[in-house]
Design a protein around this ligand. Sequence first.
Ligand code: NAD
Length: 291
Amino acid sequence: MTTILDGKKVRDARKEVLMAKIKEFTLGSGGVLPCLAIVQVGDRADSSTYINAKKKFAKEIGAEAVHTKFVETVSEENVLREIENLNNDPRVHGIIVQLPLPMTMDKDIILDSIFPEKDVDGLCAENSKKWLEGRADAIWPATTRGIAEILDASSISLEGKDVVVIGRSFLVGKPTAEMCLSRNATVTVCHSKTPDLIAATSQADVIIVAAGKPRLIGASHVKAGQTVIDVGTTPDPVTGKIVGDVDFDAVSKVLGDTGMISPVPGGVGPMTVLALFENLIDACYNAKNNK
Ligand code: NAD
């Protein structure tokens, strides 16, 4: 049987560690309550689902999540003013802007307005430069950190391995490719214009797919013994169920007893939420130490 990389199990184990750290922060007279501020513009159903999952997780671990929701037509100025308030609010340790933003807004201006020390998504220019350089003090975007941690939990080293990352977005594909490079893998990045995906995936040791294309990776893309990480989350238009980019059953059969695969749901998704709050707790520690 192919080994399942169970993100829920890893998350639950690490959640305990996170809760202990939060308790440590909140105890005593000088205690602080770790607080994540979430800024949403518009009313996309998928964004609201992801935000609700973050708020639920915050409650479960004893952290605080405050949510500011603007209508889609809000001016960029108003959003920037809110971020400025959150930047200057000592009760807030981390700020995220739920992406995507409406086309009318300049994502870079908005993201760069977050103080780097509160940018727990690691996407402002100062922070993205750090992960692009593979620096030890980089704040990795949550999905990338979640992928790294699910690999670590199964002792999967990337050193010297051939890794294929499918997807080159700023949010997932690029930071994940950089994370693999920083772990001394040889990395190939594929995207929608890659002419022969099978040629790339079939020679890899590890395949990480973040394309948002259900069943993009099938039996013909893989071989026995590989590790396959499925980041994709697309709602099935008929059932509404979330599906990944990998044809799980067909691929598992080929990977065999020596292969490993992360499922959707229950793989990278739970790890992403966990990693966001791990970034928040790191920001709390840094704020405390720099006082
Ligand atoms: P995106 O649309 O910004 O990027 C998709 C990337 O996939 C692009 O670089 C594109 O070139 C590539 N691509 C598209 N079709 C392809 C094809 N046929 N062959 C090869 N490459 C192809 O999306 P994103 O924000 O990077 O997210 C990717 C997927 O990951 C989505 O399904 C998203 O919902 C999911 N996601 C999941 C989590 C999680 O926590 N599990 C977090 C973030 C994103």
